[in-house]
Design a protein around this ligand. Structure first.
Ligand code: DON
Length: 302
């Protein structure tokens, strides 16, 4: 298996040249674009890794899965989806203008506006919210050493004007409850959490195994896994989600740190890391690897 994974990395390495690391968050522009890491964690407890699988990177939008899960655990499905939609959008991840139309709350929990809402719905004050996020990530990755990158967090906090605009617009429209700056602070911090491809594969495996934990929750675990899998399938790769579903067929979620999480129900979780991005903000070599992996291991769920 490791040989196959290594081969997929070599085959897709040339794609790095066609992408660019995220530079709208200054700290991310310093990341070495040449990293490629890949990990698969299966339901039998095997973990297969190749390349730069143990390099840490910022989780970025993959954290939107975590805030969606915690919002659902704390509030149940009906309440969360009264605040945010289930629908995909053909707009970029940081789209804002539709929020200004009448009765138009965020389309889904995977775009920034929707994730700011789910973060706001996590129980507790700002420190408690972030503690719950990081503890949940540590729990499901079985990695107690996970922390966040202070430089990335402060860099995004200092330059996240578009997210600030989104959050204040939602506050003005009555979509967002709570202190705007506190919610943004948690959102920026959750995006700066550092993970490896192995950690990401384990989050994917947790969903694939239908969230097997006693979660003291307002939603049952099977339903939680089902919602997350459906939402990332339709919205996880932003305005590329349709083509990605057709060509890859692995429920996936990307982040501008270069990570892609994949989850195949009842089978396995996948973590890919390669920081050069395409124009949608998805890892460019990561996409190539996922496409080949789906073919090679017969993982396309469609
Ligand atoms: O809010 C932002 O713009 C970033 N912290 C996260 C965006 C992101 O990861 C989009 N993913 N591909």
């Amino acid at each position: 298996m490791e040989k196959i994974l290594e081969g997929l990395i070599q085959k897709n390495r040339h794609l790095i040249q066609k992408g660019h690391v995220a530079n709208y968050i200054p700290a991310l522009s310093k990341v070495n674009p040449n990293y490629i890491g890949l990990a698969i964690a299966d339901v039998d407890g095997h973990i297969y890794c190749a390349g730069d699988y143990n390099i840490k990177f910022s989780i970025q939008s993959i954290s939107k899965i975590i805030s969606l899960m915690l919002a659902l655990i704390d509030n149940g499905e009906d309440y969360v989806f009264s605040k945010v939609g289930y629908e995909p959008t053909d707009e970029p991840f940081n789209t804002l203008y539709k929020l200004d139309l009448n009765s138009c709350n965020p389309a889904n929990p995977m775009i920034n506006s929707g994730a700011i809402i789910t973060t706001s719905l996590i129980r507790g004050n700002k420190d408690e919210k972030f503690d719950r996020i990081i503890e949940f990530i540590r729990l499901i990755t079985e990695n107690p050493n996970i922390g966040y990158n202070e430089e990335v967090y402060l860099s995004e906090k200092a330059t996240g004007h578009k997210n600030r605009a989104i959050a204040y617009l939602m506050k003005a429209k009555g979509y967002l409850d709570g202190e705007v700056e506190d919610i943004l602070d948690v959102y920026f911090k959750q995006c700066s959490v550092e993970v490896t491809a192995v950690d990401v594969a384990k989050i994917g495996l947790f969903i694939a195994r239908r969230c097997p934990l006693n979660l003291d929750s307002k939603i049952n675990n099977e339903r939680l896994a089902s919602i997350v899998t459906a939402i990332i399938t339709t919205c996880g790769m932003y305005d590329f989600s349709g083509e990605y579903a057709a060509k890859v067929g692995i429920p996936s979620k990307s982040g501008v740190g270069g990570g892609i999480l994949g989850t195949i129900p009842n089978k396995l979780g996948i973590g890919v890391f390669s920081p050069a991005l395409d124009r949608f903000g998805n890892s460019i070599a990561g996409y190539g690897i996922m496409k080949d992996l789906a073919r090679e291991l017969n993982l396309n769920i469609f």
